[in-house]
Design a protein around this ligand. Sequence first.
Ligand code: F6P
Length: 325
Amino acid sequence: MKSIKTIGMITSGGDSPGMNAAIRAVTRAAIANGFRVMGIYRGYEGLINDEVREFKTEDVSGIIGRGGTILKTARSKEFMTTEGRKKAYKVMQKRGIDALVIIGGNGSLTGARLFAQEYDVPCIGLPGTIDNDLNGTDLTIGYDTTLNTIMECVDKIRDTANSHERIFFVEVMGRDAGFLAQNSAIAAGAEAAIIPEDSTGADQLEQFIGRGIRKSKSSSIVIVSESPKCGAMYYADRVKKEYPEYDVRVSILGHLQRGGSPSAGDRILASRMGVGAIQALMDGQRNVMIGIRNDEIVYVPFSAAVKSDKPVKKEIIDALNILST
Ligand code: F6P
């Protein structure tokens, strides 16, 4: 195996709070261990277009508390083609980049997996996504901050919901995963969460109404996972039609959920994972995502990390049902 001298670093896909902390950790751990580090701008798109420059320790000063990513990010369609990946490999050869650290979510690590199958390039992934939908790690970078952001928003919505005695459907991000919805509902004391993982087949709106919440409470908040067909608007429209006596409103939180200064939890997670990525390369690991399980760093093969079946625990679903009565 070719020895590694220079490591390229990319943030890709949707940004998440803590990506900068990860960039800082990768840069400093790499330099501390004698590697050169190249920052690649705008995700895989920037690799294809040779938007690359060397990063020194001072380039990552003062960024640990900043949201977003100083490397910028993109969702590259071109990298999903064999031709695009070929162009990216050529840039790596030209720049003398021997290994890649990719900070991103499901799509980004799927791209890394394909790249690593075609070219002899060690790739290490860091789970950077607010969705918490990567397998093999308890938490992903950004998830904790976003949970806190949603909780703060819902606390505020609660004030107006109470005053007007309304039902609010609050839509949160998560793509196909309900972690954000389920756990923010618990944190904010919401009356229900509607998530894609609920496999009971029961009508989740009927279950919520059936619990007789309006009898005992003057307002209700239902957190709804985003969905092209069954988002917050869908449920609000149904309540308006089926239960016209209720005063209903919708609040779609949108991209504010991805912004803001990362929580202590995300900064520590990103820092440990960034150091772990460089250690993984020194251990001869390739094509794995760094995870943290039970507070230990673990190496998760890309194929396992990107499987879309990370469960929301039934115990957490049951807990919300008990606590919201
Ligand atoms: O994967 C992160 C995420 O924020 C998802 O929760 C959401 O579905 C998606 O990205 C939104 O992507 P975009 O910023 O491209 O609209």
